[in-house]
Design a protein around this ligand. Structure first.
Ligand code: GLN
Length: 383
């Protein structure tokens, strides 16, 4: 039988590839982004309660009411924007589903969507599954958006621009001036925005999370995707959400209802209780990650690795050029096998992979693991 693969060129995601390699070679896995520490015990307590108290059947398609109430409160408190819980919030089975539904809701055959390289690896397949065309714009040397390059790529077919702030893998965040430039480009055109904001609460050094959804000029054009997995250290629970106007949410829900229909109810209920009980959780979590970031970067610098600034996210990009000129993919594989530390090569996130010597490490790890990683790197690089 000839399956007639729809995507003959598509490879297994780099996170799975590097994760398997790390396991095979017993390397410390700083590749795929997930915390290696447990979430707050209260979250487990509430989860257990809901599992054993009748929350095991389908949840409402748009998400449980209690969680949407908490999102309304959080959004108001954090950004001063009042959401309508009925029409503007949809809980999804992780942000990855949210991004897929947002892209599917907007992009049809031949539609173009602009995205920025390095770009998270699910974006292009999501666009192509919908018959759309991914138009790539490379970030500049500081991993920021050059809006002149964006303006050059706008055509009659441009349907949307996909942004990501804080940015994975680069850790950069959008500024007020970025939002102004974005608005200038789309103001007189029928162009929408998908904004991947899954690291919005993991933001450092007084940087403010700026979403086009919270900007009154762009609210009715934006689908903003968020994640609870990152915020509450439960990436495996796969609970995310999308905020958008009533009209855009209705389009998104047309897709969501036939993909997963709804998201695991006990997880949603437990997260809602957690949000109610610990309103200061977000600030504490950001502070905690600031300390881990600084501890890790200091260790990396001391052994001679160059680190890029991280304004948000739990990823640290490093430049290993003082030690090797090998391509990042080759280096990442060798480092896993011989150095016993796994990172993600960033060239895989480009349409045209650049020659670069940059890896991404996840620092959502215990101090012991961060310290051990630096020791292993030192032993390997400075032997
Ligand atoms: N968001 C995670 C990361 O960037 C990976 C998610 C996945 O494995 N698909 O590491």
């Amino acid at each position: 039988m000839d399956v007639g693969s729809k995507f003959p060129q598509m490879q297994t995601t780099i996170f799975t590839e590097m994760g398997l390699l790390a396991r095979e070679h017993k390397a410390i896995n700083l590749g795929q982004g997930f915390p290696n520490f447990e979430p707050h015990p209260y979250l487990f307590e509430r989860y257990h309660y809901y599992l054993t108290n009748g929350h095991n059947q389908y949840a409402p398609m748009m998400g449980v009411s209690a969680l949407r109430d908490q999102i309304v409160k959080l959004h108001k408190r954090t950004y001063g924007v009042k959401l309508n819980k009925h029409d503007e919030i949809t809980i999804t089975s992780g942000a990855t589903e949210g991004v897929f539904c947002a892209i599917s809701a907007l992009i049809g055959s031949g539609d173009e969507i602009i995205m920025f390289d390095p770009a998270f690896d699910s974006y292009v397949p999501n666009v192509e599954l919908n018959g759309g065309v991914a138009v790539h714009v490379e970030l500049d040397d500081h991993y920021r958006i050059d809006w002149n390059r964006v303006a050059d790529k706008i055509t009659d077919k441009t349907k949307a621009i996909l942004i990501n702030t804080p940015h994975n893998p680069c850790g950069t965040t959008l500024t007020e001036s970025d939002l102004d430039s974005l608005w200038n480009i789309i103001e007189n055109k029928n162009i929408f925005i998908i904004s991947d904001e899954v690291y919005q609460h993991i933001i450092f050094d007084g940087h403010k999370h700026l979403s086009p959804f919270n900007d009154v000029r762009m609210r009715d054009r934006t689908l903003a995707v968020s994640s609870f997995g990152k915020t509450f250290h439960v990436t495996g629970w796969k609970v995310g959400y999308v905020v958008a106007s009533k009209e855009l949410s209705a389009e998104l829900r047309k897709i969501h209802q036939y993909i997963t229909f709804c998201t695991h109810p006990a997880s949603q209920m437990a997260i809602a209780d957690m949000m109610e009980k610990f309103p200061n959780y977000y600030a504490d979590m950001a502070k905690d990650y600031t300390e881990r970031r600084d501890f890790f970067a200091k260790g990396l610098n001391e052994i001679g690795l160059k680190t890029y600034p991280v304004e948000g996210s739990y990823f640290q990009m490093i430049d290993y050029s003082p030690f090797s000129t090998e391509s990042d993919k080759e280096f990442a594989i060798k480092l896993t096998k011989e150095g016993k530390v796994t990172g993600i090569p960033i060239s895989v996130f480009y349409e045209t992979p650049p020659q670069c010597t940059v890896l991404r490490f996840c620092f959502a790890k215990t101090y012991e693991v961060l310290e051990e990683s630096v020791t292993y790197l030192d032993k390997y690089l400075n032997k």
